[in-house]
Each structure stands twice: as C-alpha cells, then as structure tokens.
Design a protein around this ligand. Sequence first.
Ligand SMILES: *Cc1c(COP(=O)(O)O)cnc(C)c1O
Length: 394
Amino acid sequence: MSNSRIYVDNSATTPMKKEVLTSMLPYFSEIYGNPSSVYAEGREARKAVELSREKVAKAIGAQPNEIFFTGSGTEADNWAIRMVARANKAKGNHIITTAVEHHAVLHTCQELEKDGFEVTYLPVDEFGMVSAEAVENAIKDTTVLITIMTANNEIGTIMPIKEIGAIAKQHGVIFHTDAVQAIGMIDIDVNDMNIDLLSLTGHKFHGPKGSGALYVRKGTKIGSFITGGAQERNKRAGTENVASIVGLGTAIELATSNISEKTAKLSKMRDYLINEILEKIPYTRLNGHRTQRLAGNTNISFEFIEGESLLLMLDMKGISASSGSACTSGSLDPSHVLLAIGLKHEIAHGSLRISLSEDNTMEEMDYIVNSLIEIVGKLRAMSPLYEKVSKGNA
Ligand SMILES: *Cc1c(COP(=O)(O)O)cnc(C)c1O
C-alpha cells in the first residue's frame, strides 16, 4: 500500500479517465480545423463541438442551444453573475447569495458591490444549509439574481436547490447555481429545479482541466462576457478549445451515466470513514450535514491539531488530502465556510477534507483511518494544551 499513493482530494480535481483522453487525442493534431471554417476540416471540428454540446445539455436536462462552453467553472460563475447583473440593471441592483459560496462567486459579488450593487450574503445553519425560507424573505423589488451553489465544495452540504428554484420562479428572479461539485453526484434537471443558469467544470468529474460550461435558460437576459469573434452564438468569443470541449462531453456522459451506483459505493466508504474516525479518535467533529451531503465528502475537525501539519504527515504516508482550513496554500485565514457554520478559528484550522472517487477502495479507507490514528496521536503528544485537557485539568 505504501508504494502507491492514495488520492482523496477529488473535490480539488480528479484524474482524467482513459476514455476521455482517448476521445480528445485526435483533436490535437489530426482534426485540427477551426470550427468556424466552412471547409471539411472546419466542419469536422464543428461536428465534434456540437456533439459535445448535446452531451452536456442531456446531462442536465437542457437544450443544446442553452449550453455555452467556457474555460473553467470560475469563468462560468463570473459570466453568469456579472453579466446578469449588468443586463438587468434597469430592473434593480440587488443580488442574493450565501456566505459559503466558492470564491469564484463570492469575490465576483464583492466586485459588483464596488460597482453599486447590493449583495445579501445569507447565513447558513450549523450544517452549512441555507433555508429556502430565508432566500424568499431576502427577495426585494430590486432583486435581479439569486446565486446559490448546488453543493458545497468544502463540507459537501447539498442545498435545497429545487425549493429555491421554485421561489425564484414565483418571484420572477433569475436563479444561478454553481453545480461544479454536484455534476455526476446528484441528478440535475434544470427544468424540474427551475434553474436559469448553471456552472460546471470538466476537471471535477474526470474531464480535462480548463473545460467548463455555462447553461443559460432560453430567454434569460445576459450579456456576453468575452467579446471578439462570433463564437458560441456571439456570447463567448475566442476559437473553441475543441479537444477540451470533446473531453468535457465524454466525461459528463460517463459521470452522469451511473450516478446511483457510484454514489451508493462512495457513500458507503464515506460513512465508514466518518464513523471510524469519530469513534476511534477523540475530540473530533464532523463538519457539514450528516445525510444531505455529497457522497464522496468527509470533512472532520481535529481539536488540538494544526491542519497543515496533519496534511504534511498524511503526505509522507502517501495520502493526498486537503485541509479544510485554507483554500489556497499560503493563505492562513481559516476557511470562510467553516467559520460560517460557527467553528472557532482554532477548530477550523484543524480540519481535514477527504473527498473520494470511484477509484478509491475500502482497504484504502482502513489505511487512512489507521494513519490518522497514528498521526493525530503524535501531533497531540506534542501539544501542551492537549496534555492539559486529556489529564482532565483544562
Ligand atoms: C472547483 C470549483 C470551482 C472552480 O472551477 P474551476 O474550473 O477550477 O475554475 C467553482 N465552484 C466550485 C464549487 C468548485 O468546487
């Protein structure tokens, strides 16, 4: 086991599937035409792009002409929020979101505040859940956009998207959801859920990095984000990244073809991991919702532990996980998500995210649990505070 690494950071990115790579390869060299060209090479590239568009549309219950390819999930979020805000300025300047969104959403909203928009950052409960009722109560005459993620990337909490979509529709407010973590894990139907805009990205479901898409419901008022040529029906200029788009199509088709089977396997491993850690290691707590939770997500806080030390020692044992404490290395700020669910700074700093994929095994879960028991024991043995507490005179 120690010879091969255990990768459990699938919420950060996933390895590309062989089938995905195979489907992409011809489009780097043999089929190199520009999809906008009218001759045979161009037409062949165009065909591949449109086939991929159909696959993405089918995966979320949309029409192909409602899918626009982007260079990332971040770009899709930026486009949706900025360009809906701008296009609907005459109606109002109010946006509703939550305190636990990805930075691609939060930082975009903060930018818009500088431009005179008013943003409501709804709080979440101790499990990371926003209530649909709170969303409804926040709506004003000036509200032009609700942007709330389908599932949280740090603690895995699945938001009541269908209820929020119904409320948005009832009040005539445009509803965007960042579904980056949800694709391939939750069945999504943009019509059933009344979603007007949806962001996704290939590399979170075994597709290529730098391949994303924005779904835009027909008739939604939104401007183009990147101006230039007429690609993507005048909405997103720049020659299409054909190979990447093909890979995105292959990956989303694979990822959404076996959701129930996959999530059954993942949640079994996840629940085993959670129960073992909470039972065998004292002073631990689960972050996020116990059941309304992404199938592969585990997020646990270890008291008296520095998350970064935990990560380094796991790395030495061949385990690649993520600390829940900082989104990007170099940042010492505790996670805004963990603070939003009410964790104290020191507890938030001792958090670990383990995010699984179909490639993981039960045997690996045992190795992770045993490694954690050993590492946490070692780190706590060096903590004067833990010594005090464990002797009962804290
Ligand atoms: C990863 C992620 C993004 C960003 O997607 P990129 O393609 O890496 O830019 C946005 N939102 C959520 C919830 C994510 O997990």
